[in-house]
Design a protein around this ligand. Structure first.
Ligand SMILES: [Mn+2]
Length: 341
């Protein structure tokens, strides 16, 4: 794919597309779905502004990729933000806030059950919309990435992939295990995405990296479900303090994954200075270089990235969070393309 009038060495133009890419969705090989949604965010909202902040910040990236030749020619397309999703998010957020503050003040869940039911129905509708968009794009031969929003949003994409892939693993980079069976009454909570993902038929493995904040029930699930392998942040740090290299640890992580891999990248898996405005920051976590090295090793091993999400990027007063998010997204787009060609 070539665009004769596009100069990848010049400053990119802000044109509403991720990275200022000059491709339509039809022309693109990789298509990004934006999901401005932060309804169930419990601590600090703002991730619904993630996609627009990343689109605004991303044209400043250079197109050269250290792993993929002529990366800009891959064709990364931007599916326009669905205004109905934005509207639904704005309508549901106040209801969800009411529920969250009621429960956090010790109130009974039964007193807010009507509001909870409304929010859960809206989340279900969102999941169905994302599923339909993703299914259509996959049918058209596109590779799909999804940009949140909070971490509840990729379930529809995972479901669309599950229909086409009888067996795949999830590489899950996150400060949290996200294995709660509903959180604060929200069936499709940001804290439940992997609990819900494990119910999809295609998901044969869940490998978690950099987790450092989880509840007893989540640990119990990790210890009892053979499909779940957790490389928690303390275990990773201790191994390195005692002489193991990050390269050796990445080989162990990758070895647990099947051939086909979905990457679910919650930005708070990184060290919090790389995502200071994210909804639920936690000390510790991966450096940018460690995360990129892990993704590179995944591809080096011959595994195929069948889809990905990057979630929980929230804009702050400057572009920093969005800048970091954009770089992770560009790397994932390029490695996904490489692993499928
Ligand atoms: Mn998460």
């Amino acid at each position: 794919m070539e665009k004769n009038d596009f100069n990848p060495n010049a400053a990119a133009v802000a044109n509403g597309n991720y990275f200022g890419m000059p491709y339509t969705v039809d022309e693109a090989s990789v298509v990004l779905i934006s999901v401005p949604w932060d309804v169930t965010t419990s601590y600090s909202p703002g991730t619904s502004g993630g996609p627009e902040a990343i689109i605004a910040a991303s044209p400043q990236l250079d197109f050269f990729d250290f792993d993929v030749d002529d990366a800009w020619k891959i064709g990364i397309g931007t599916l326009p933000i669905d205004p109905e999703v934005k509207f639904l998010n704005e309508a549901m957020r106040p209801l969800a806030e009411k529920v969250i503050s009621h429960l956090e003040n010790g109130g009974e869940q039964s007193a807010v059950s009507a509001d909870l039911a409304t929010v859960n129905a809206a989340s279900l509708l969102l999941n169905q919309k994302i599923f339909q968009s993703a299914k259509q794009l996959l049918q058209n031969g596109k590779l799909v990435g999804l940009i949140g929003g909070e971490h509840s949003v990729p379930l529809g994409l995972m479901r669309a992939l599950s229909e086409r892939n009888p067996e795949f693993g999830i590489l899950h980079i996150d400060a949290h295990a996200d294995l709660r069976q509903a959180y604060e009454g929200f069936t499709y909570s940001h804290a439940s995405i992997m609990y819900n993902a494990l119910k999809l038929e295609g998901v044969s493995k869940l490998v978690q990296v950099a987790v450092r904040d989880e509840c007893e029930d989540e640990v119990k699930l990790v210890n009892t479900d053979d499909r779940v392998i957790q490389f928690d942040d303390y275990l990773l740090a201790a191994a390195e303090f005692e002489g193991k290299t990050w390269g050796e640890l990445c080989a162990e992580i990758v070895n647990h994954l099947p051939q086909r891999v979905y990457v679910s990248f919650d930005i708070d898996g990184l060290s919090p200075e790389l995502c200071p405005n994210t909804g639920t920051p936690v000390p510790g976590g991966l450096s940018f270089q460690k995360a990129v090295y892990l993704l590179r090793q995944l591809i080096e091993s011959g595994r195929q990235i069948i889809g990905f999400d990057v979630t929980e990027v929230a804009p702050g007063e400057d572009e920093w969070d969005a800048n970091v998010g954009a770089r992770i997204i560009y790397k994932l787009c390029n490695l996904m393309y490489l692993s499928n060609s």
